[in-house]
Design a protein around this ligand. Structure first.
Ligand code: ADP
Length: 621
């Protein structure tokens, strides 16, 4: 994620919030009416909050103090009798609280609804986006970290928006309202009270940005922890066999400590910030009380107004005290938001080009024209590859490990795009087709087929959306899998454990072949599908593969040259270059690398065959 380093330079939370809001705007727009309604309720709530101390002022100034001083009661205030004014004031307190609570309820409920809707849509889109991001992105990212972004980061944003941001807006609005009224009552006292703001801003600015930095570091560390745990559990067999427990535990402990340190530092800073605000507020209240009493004595302010003033100051204390904590919380949620936006902003480097067309049903001719490719590094993995395959031909790709065979096949699927040159299917550059329509017409069987933790039926049906039960069974029969599936406890409904662990290697491959067969794709890719199987399983899988590939353009990677000698074309690759291509006979006649390798393997195989009495061919057709 290259953008990460750039973000560290950004100061304050405003740019972060702006970036997150801008990205989320299309989602927010859909909820604009609900948000506007909730905002109106919020304004009403704030207004009523400002009105709260006013009934007290009237009771004080017009009823209590005149009575206490034995002066004439201001009986004609608003044309009301003292008892009517008193009753009205008492009633006003209840009405203000009642309507205020109702408005607060509506604004919280409405805003929660809007935020939850927005974020669940965002989450669904990130999930979709993640699935579409190129393999190169996923190979660089830690899956645990990505999972944290889809789950924990979104949840953090949801809770903070509802429980922190919303009260923060109410607080800021009522603070502004209180200040305006305070200025109206007595500007000199208001100025004294306001002295707190510049001091507070100066003291907190640096701290807030430090809290934000630590919060982001902490969330990143949590992602790393999740990734380490995921990787370790995913490879637990290797970990135990190689006795890596101690080493991995020590790595985990260090990451754990780092995450802990960052969390504590962020909590410590937040706590310090809150206390500083608290002390400052006490000082200001004391000063205003002292100065305010003088102002009342000099008749520039009524006692009731000083009461309103002091109530506002005291009421301001809570929002102000919470302000620092809320800003800290929002800084954390902004960190989460930015991590989410980072993913959404990441453009898949393999994607539908503008104007990409849905592919027509392929005949299956495939042409590589001067194709070169490299993964991020400077070294070319494929160099100027050229070959043509006619529809229905069988192509074997052979060569040493790491020579680029799998890479070459992944380019046909557009898991990556070539850096130079082009790949044509039926005479059209494959980048001119939409990705989905291209991939739907290619079936793949890999060496280690991944099955999902779902029923056998669903696993096979994954090969083609909308496949019927009949088609699933037909595909299973073609893959020589029907008989063993029927012997499973619940037949086609047997739920496989994760990665299909309850089946033998050969059975898993046959389910994978059924999954490939159900697509009825004109192009088939086989990447060493029988490697690692015992002789008997290999034979059954080969028989199934022969049926699957019949009459279809087939690419097969194999280390066993004798198994692919009947292929229509053999491509011999070394260090990313196709050094020899032709039929087995042509390559043998060349008497170069392929021929040497073939002869070497024959000697070894003759020995093996004598021992096992078995002989296998992948492409038996
Ligand atoms: P083969 O299938 O012939 O064994 P590959 O196509 O798997 O060869 O790999 C060719 C080269 O590309 C190897 O050097 C390998 O290390 C490198 N390679 C393969 N996959 C990646 C990847 N995702 N990122 C970077 N390098 C890779």
């Amino acid at each position: 994620m290259s953008k990460r380093s750039k973000e560290k330079d950004l100061k304050g939370i405003i740019p972060g919030i702006t970036r997150v809001l801008r990205k989320f705007y299309p989602y927010i727009r859909k909820e604009r009416f609900l948000i506007a309604g909730s905002f109106f309720a919020l304004l009403l709530e704030t207004g009523l909050r400002l009105l709260e101390p006013w009934p007290l002022k009237y009771v004080f100034d017009y009823i209590l103090i005149p009575a206490h001083n034995n002066t004439t009661i201001a009986a004609n205030t608003f044309g009301l009798s003292p008892i009517a004014l008193l009753t009205l004031s008492a009633l006003a307190i209840v009405v203000i609280a009642g309507v205020g609570s109702m408005a607060a309820y509506l604004s919280t409920y409405g805003m929660s609804l809007a935020v939850t809707r927005v974020l669940s849509e965002v989450r669904s889109d990130i999930f979709n986006h993640l699935q579409r991001l190129s393999l190169s992105f996923h190979q660089k990212s830690k899956s645990g970290d990505l999972i944290a972004r889809v789950t924990a980061d979104i949840e953090k944003m949801r809770t903070v928006t509802v429980k922190t941001a919303l009260p923060l807006i109410t607080n800021v609005l009522s603070l502004v309202g209180m200040l305006l009224i305070m200025f109206f009552l007595n500007w000199e006292l208001a100025l004294v009270a306001m002295a707190i703001f510049p001091i507070l801003t100066l003291l907190t600015k640096n701290m807030i940005s430090r809290i934000r930095n630590f919060a982001k570091l902490h969330r990143d560390s949590e992602g790393v922890l999740a990734a380490t745990t995921g990787e370790t559990i995913g490879a637990i067999q290797v970990v135990q066999v190689l006795s890596l427990q101690e080493m991995l535990h020590s790595i985990f402990s260090k990451q754990n400590q780092k995450s802990l340190d960052e969390a504590i530092e962020s909590l410590r800073l937040s706590a310090a910030l809150e206390r500083i605000v608290q002390i400052l507020m006490a000082i200001i209240i004391a000063v205003v009380l002292w100065r305010g009493s003088h102002v009342v004595l000099s008749k520039q302010l009524s006692p009731g107004e000083l009461l309103v003033f002091m109530t506002y100051l005291k009421n301001a204390f809570e929002p102000m005290r919470k302000l620092s904590n809320q800003v800290g919380q929002i800084a954390k949620a902004t960190g989460s938001g930015e991590r989410v936006v980072e993913i959404l902003d990441y453009e898949p480097n393999v994607r539908d080009l503008p104007g990409a067309k849905k592919a027509h049903p392929f005949f299956g001719t495939v042409r590589f024209e001067n194709v070169s490719f490299s993964y991020d590094t400077d070294t070319d993995i494929l160099k100027n590859v050229n070959f043509v395959v006619q529809a229905g031909q069988q192509v074997a790709i052979v060569g040493p490990s790491g020579s680029g065979k799998s890479t070459l096949l992944s380019l046909i699927l557009r898991l990556y795009d070539p850096e130079a040159g082009r790949i044509l299917i039926d005479g059209q550059d494959i980048r001119e087709y939409t990705l989905d329509s291209l991939r739907q017409q290619i079936s793949v069987v890999l060496q280690d087929s991944v099955l999902f933790a779902a029923s056998v039926r669903e696993n096979i049906a994954h090969g083609r959306i909308g496949a019927t039960d009949k088609e699933v069974e037909a595909a299973a029969r073609l893959a020589n899998a029907h008989d063993f599936i029927m012997k499973l406890p619940q037949g086609y409904n047997t739920v496989l454990s994760e990665r299909g662990g309850t089946l033998s290697g050969g059975q898993r491959q046959r389910i994978a072949i059924a999954r490939a067969a159900i697509r009825k794709a004109p192009i088939i890719i086989l990447d060493e599908p029988t490697t690692g199987l015992d002789n008997k399983s290999e034979h059954t899988v080969n028989a199934a593969l022969a049926k699957l590939t019949e009459g279809r353009t087939t690419f097969v990677i194999s280390h066993n040259l004798r198994a692919v000698e009947n292929a229509d074309i053999i491509l011999y690759i070394e260090s990313g270059s196709v050094l020899e291509q032709g039929t087995h006979r042509e390559l043998m006649r060349l008497s170069s690398r392929y021929a040497t390798l073939y002869r070497m393997q024959s000697i070894v195989d003759v020995d093996k065959d004598t021992l096992s009495g078995d002989n296998n061919y992948v492409l038996e057709a």
